[in-house]
Design a protein around this ligand. Structure first.
Ligand code: ZN
Length: 286
């Protein structure tokens, strides 16, 4: 398979020399424990540990992507009640931010690099470890397109579901909100196919029903907004764990098109929506 390759040392060192793009919003994850007497000591020690989304926490002798990581050992995962919080680096305290400014991602060089659309789809469905290469793009156009209709936003309507799903899955709720805002305010041309139920993807997260069928939800299932949001959140989570130096812009670009290898206008626009929290206006608008 020509598109799959092991990441060798030369490639790794080359990518490490790139500076993060200051115009993109980098995301990190934080390990949070309940902090009561039933909490394992190793988890208490992990409390507050910060990692890039595609990196692992060090918990006891294990390396875990998240609390209850299915690939982790039972002694560090069974009955764990810890949670994951995902936030932009800018939300961290200043000293913690410095740690991430020039961070070099120490990734296991045996992790498979996957860049073809169909292979990435399969990989997200399977949940296997992988790297999706995607580059910054300072030339991506983040300005509001002519056809952004803020009054069509459904974020306010579904905010309770978004909050619940994002926290449960360990995804930044604002990332889910920004994607939904983008999808619902730009999707007005879909209304004719939607009337006769032949549109390829379903709002509010604009899930491509055929593409994601193997995640276990049918087209009928995805018509339920709660399931739709759950599926969209899962796709965002798994994408964030796989893109290099994860940013809102990169994750959104891959959400928009799985084969993407460079941030596009969609991703750049979602970055602006995320930072400016444009969905907040739909609570007061109209
Ligand atoms: Zn725990």
């Amino acid at each position: 398979m020509g598109n799959r390759k092991k990441k060798d040392r030369e490639i790794k060192e080359d990518s490490e020399s790139q500076k993060p793009n200051p115009n993109e919003t980098r995301l990190v994850k934080v390990w949070r424990t309940v902090g009561d007497e039933k909490t394992r000591e190793s988890h208490q020690l992990a409390d507050g540990q910060i990692r890039l989304l595609n990196d692992t926490f060090v918990v006891g002798k294990a390396r875990l992507m998240e609390p209850r990581d299915p690939l982790g050992p039972p002694e560090e995962t069974f009955n764990c009640r810890c949670t994951l919080e995902v936030v932009p680096v800018s939300n961290l305290m200043h000293e913690q931010q410095l740690d991430f400014e020039n961070v070099k991602v120490s990734r296991d060089s045996s992790v498979t690099v996957i860049n073809m659309e169909a292979d990435r789809r399969r990989n997200i469905i399977d949940g296997a470890p992988a790297v999706f290469e995607i580059a910054d793009n300072p030339n991506a156009d983040a300005s509001a397109p002519f056809i952004e209709w803020p009054e069509k936003s459904q974020v306010f309507r579904y905010d309770g579901i978004i909050q619940g799903e994002a926290i449960r899955q360990g995804v930044d709720p604002d990332l889910v909100r920004a994607i939904m805002y983008m999808e619902t305010t730009h999707g007005h041309l879909d209304w004719i196919p939607a009337l006769i139920d032949v549109n390829k993807s379903l709002l509010p997260m604009n899930i491509k029903t055929e593409t994601w069928r193997d995640l276990g939800w049918s087209r009928e299932d995805l018509k339920d907004p709660k399931t739709n949001i759950k599926a969209g959140t899962l796709i965002l989570k798994r994408t964030g764990e796989r893109v290099e130096d994860p940013t809102v812009e990169k994750i959104a670009s891959v959400y928009n098109f799985l084969g993407r290898e460079k941030v596009n206008d969609y991703g750049a626009r979602v970055g602006v929506i995320y930072r400016e929290k444009l969905w907040k206006e739909d609570a007061v608008g109209e």
